[in-house]
Design a protein around this ligand. Sequence first.
Ligand code: NAG
Ligand code: NAG
Ligand code: NAG
Ligand code: NAG
Ligand code: NAG
Length: 364
Amino acid sequence: MLRSLLIFSVVSLALSIVHSTKLNFENHTLYSLSLYSTKQLDVINQLQINPDFDIWNNIQSLDEEIDVFLSVESFEKYKKILKAFGIKYRVKNSNIQQAIDEELVGNFQIPFRKLFSNSNVTRYLNYKEIVELMSRLSYENSFLVSNYSAAKTHLNNDLMVLKLKTPTSVRSLWLDCGIHAREWITISTCVYIMEKLIDSYKNNDLDVVRLLNYYEIHIMPVANPDGYEYSITTDRMWRKNRNSNDNSGCYGVDLNRNFGFFWSTGGSIITYCGIVLVAINSYESLTIYGNETIQGYIDRGVQNMDPHIFSLFESVFQKMIQFDQNQLVSGESDAGVTLSARYAMRYFANVSETLKETQVETKV
Ligand SMILES: *[C@@H]1O[C@H](CO)[C@@H](O)[C@H](O)[C@H]1NC(C)=O
Ligand SMILES: *[C@@H]1O[C@H](CO)[C@@H](O)[C@H](O)[C@H]1NC(C)=O
Ligand SMILES: *[C@@H]1O[C@H](CO)[C@@H](O)[C@H](O)[C@H]1NC(C)=O
Ligand SMILES: *[C@@H]1O[C@H](CO)[C@@H](O)[C@H](O)[C@H]1NC(C)=O
Ligand SMILES: *[C@@H]1O[C@H](CO)[C@@H](O)[C@H](O)[C@H]1NC(C)=O
């Protein structure tokens, strides 16, 4: 007991050291890859499953270069594969740490001068500063502005929203920024837009007055505060939130790959540990996997019901009876296969009882 306690405290000490140390990216390099075949594109798509193969832009087509961020060791590892498939690369930035040092919160002026000229936004604000700013803007401009918390994050931060509303507005617009923690400039863009809209409205800018007379506008400048703070304090390259992923030791869900709509598309990876990650079933917390839902799908054709994994199992079940089959092969991969197999068994167990076909459950 004492022994395991000791080990536990050593482990948690080690963890806390890891967490408070800022990662250093000295000699980490940004490469540009040029591809000319879909075969090569497939290779890159495969490689991005690795947490250390960090693609920075969207892979759209073969005509565009692909930017990949690699440590010295990772480059050594992937160089051979790139060579083997004839993928050409060039160095775009050979020391990312230098760029990071230059943009340190509080000191980074260059993009702001260019992008946000004549603005009150002159540097990257951290989450707390942005919350304070929103509160101040609400307080000083209460005829137009208020702020509310839309929800709490895993680390209990508020997802704060600034609301601009005139008495005549009839429709709503939503704007959020910073869903990927490391994409700091988007957060500043939202902050800029908040301030600009308020100032322009007050200065009777006709376009803005018309806009706000018709639309109320809701702006969430930091859609991922947990990740944003972590990217400031610890890992500048952090992209996901800080969900503990069932205490797997790997943190974070890639938030905009985890919507129920178009779930897991666009290069997302089903693992707890990758940079881009989908490991969490976005519908898990909804009560749509219970016996009651199963009952709704029994004996209904696929085309008659809302899409659901149970709808698929219903047609599988019918076919198994029709063709007297007893084997089911699930074609999903990675985490999906376990989960869908679990739901399949749940479905068949319930259905077989309902239909008094007690043999089926044992067959499954
Ligand atoms: C980065 O590269 C330089 C030059 O090769 C080398 O002297 C230095 O030790 C490297 N730093 C790290 C952290 O690897
Ligand atoms: C929003 O801003 C006001 C200042 O007007 C502040 O008092 C209030 O606590 C904020 N609302 C929330 C939900 O945080
Ligand atoms: C921006 O700064 C100007 C000048 O200090 C000030 O008048 C204005 O109220 C500020 N805008 C906001 C939205 O705080
Ligand atoms: C479904 O009903 C059975 C039998 O009543 C029960 O054992 C099982 O836990 C239920 N499953 C769910 C997901 O509620
Ligand atoms: C099937 O679902 C119904 C409805 O919830 C429940 O009453 C029944 O106990 C379930 N049977 C099994 C074997 O899961």
